[in-house]
Design a protein around this ligand. Structure first.
Ligand SMILES: [Zn+2]
Ligand SMILES: [Zn+2]
Length: 140
């Protein structure tokens, strides 16, 4: 069965396969990825920031975020090319949550386990963004 979804970038309806964006935006994202990679190769400065990338390549913020979140733009070589934790909005090198949020989330989990006798499992899931999500599941 075909599943319709709204494209994350343009909001248009499309038939969802794996990607969170429509074909047109996906192609645009690929183009941006090439542009960014070329720029980073030429620039070879590990001090490059998101702002510099946006100023110099004109990549829209949403595409830049999407490339980082999907892991296609690797942050490891460019420590200043950070993006923001989805939970506390602090700059982080991780794809979704910063280290302290991951720790806090784990802390909440053990709290939960102490307080209740329900068994709790931390389940790793893949969302459309190909990144990992942690979900609490209660087993009764
Ligand atoms: Zn689109
Ligand atoms: Zn955080």
């Amino acid at each position: 069965m075909q599943q319709l979804a709204n494209c994350r970038h343009c909001g248009g309806l499309f038939v969802k396969v794996h990607q969170p964006t429509c074909k047109k935006c996906q192609m645009e994202e690929e183009q941006w990825l090439k542009t960014i990679r070329t720029y980073l190769k030429e620039y070879e400065d590990t001090m490059v920031t998101q702002q510099m990338l946006m100023d110099n390549t004109k990549i829209p913020f949403k595409f830049l975020q999407s490339l980082i979140r999907s892991g296609r733009l690797k942050l490891s070589q460019f420590p200043h090319l950070e993006h923001f934790c989805e939970r506390c909005q602090k700059p982080t090198q991780e794809t979704r949550f910063c280290h302290s949020c991951v720790n806090e989330l784990n802390g909440e989990l053990s709290h939960y386990e102490e307080g209740k006798n329900d068994k709790v499992t931390l389940v790793r899931e893949q969302d459309d963004n190909q990144s990992l999500t942690y979900t609490l599941k209660k087993n009764r």
